[in-house]
Structures are given as C-alpha cells and as structure tokens.
Design a protein around this ligand. Structure first.
Ligand code: 5GP
Length: 174
C-alpha cells in the first residue's frame, strides 16, 4: 500500500492489536487495582492506542495528554522539545506513560526524568511497540505490546509525514 510517497506492507493486523491491548489492559488492571493511576499518553502517535487501552483497563483513573515529539520523516532527529500539556500536579501520583513506539528510548528517558523531578510516587511505561535498539536502553517499559526489528511502521496512530494515523492495522516500510 502506498502512503504519501512510500510503499508499506501489512505487519500487525487490527485483530492482533486488539488482543494485545486486552492483555496489556488486564495486567495493568491487576497491578493498579488498589491505586488510581494518572495515564499520560504522549501525543500524537499514542492517541488511538491510549483510547483503546484506557477504556479496556476499566478502573478509576485520570488521563492527561502530553506532547514530546522528536520525529520528522522516517529518521529520529535526536532533538527533543520540552514536555507540554501538563496542567495538573503530579505530586504523589502513580503515573503510567502511554507510548506508541519506543525507538532509541530518548523520548521516554527524557519524559521519565522530567516526571520524577515533579515528586511523582511512581512512574511506569506502557508501550505498544519496542524496537530492537531500545531493548538495551536504561529506561524500560513495564508493559510492552510487541517487540520488533528496527524498521519504520505506520498506522494505528503512527504516521509517515502526517499520513496513515487513521489506519486500523500497522504497516511496515517495504
Ligand atoms: P525515540 O525517542 O524512542 O527514538 O522515538 C520515539 C518516538 O518516535 C515515538 O513516540 C514515535 O512518535 C516516533 N517513532 C519512532 N519509531 C517510529 C516508527 O517506526 N514510525 C513512526 N511513525 N514513528 C516512530
């Protein structure tokens, strides 16, 4: 399938994503049954994953979207803007960062550092996808949906040059 100017092939189906989201939600529900977590989905890529996951977790919780983007095109620029969108106190909160995909891990380590400095009680990460090179990173998600090689993917919230976020399945670059 062509997205913008590149060819992509089907990689993870909507049904596989659905099953994985239910599994992740069940783990989180069990781990947080006596807590009231604050979910922090990182925009833009995690908006669809977060919407499905947080509904499936189905426990009392709060949600606040933040933004922290390092991507243009298909290669990480390595540059990060600061976290924007934090409107409430995170002091003593049990935070669950919701990430779409972990590539170098740079984004998440920056976010985790920033959140810890705000007096949070706990900070955990759920990522739908973790790429190969992220597996050796010091900061690791407690919950991982899919592990994959270092390839570029789109769909289910993830874009290529702004396109493809609305695709129900995930595609990888040919
Ligand atoms: P990191 O800081 O871990 O290198 O990059 C994480 C962010 O880069 C993700 O939240 C996502 O926005 C973007 N990203 C990383 N890999 C991919 C990919 O394969 N496809 C898309 N569309 N975005 C990616």
């Amino acid at each position: 399938m062509k997205i913008h100017d590149l060819e992509f092939e089907l990689f993870i189906t909507a049904a596989q994503i659905h099953d994985k989201v239910q599994q992740l939600a069940a783990q989180i529900r069990q781990d947080y049954q006596s807590k009231t977590p604050l979910f922090l989905p990182i925009l833009n890529g995690s908006f669809i994953f977060a919407a499905d996951l947080i509904r499936a977790v189905n426990i009392p919780c709060r949600v606040s979207f933040v933004k922290h983007s390092s991507y243009t095109g298909t290669l990480s620029t390595g540059k990060l803007k600061t976290l924007i969108g934090l409107s409430e106190s995170l002091f003593n909160q049990d935070i669950i960062i919701v990430e779409d995909i972990m590539d170098t891990g740079l984004t998440l380590s920056k976010v985790v550092d920033e959140l810890r400095s705000l007096g949070t009680r706990s900070v955990e990460i759920v990522t739908l996808i973790r790429k190969e090179k992220a597996r050796n990173h010091a900061v690791q998600p407690r919950y991982v949906g899919f592990d994959m090689d270092d390839e570029f993917v789109v769909g289910y919230g993830l874009d290529y040059e702004g396109f493809g976020r609305n695709l129900p399945d995930i595609y990888r670059k040919n």
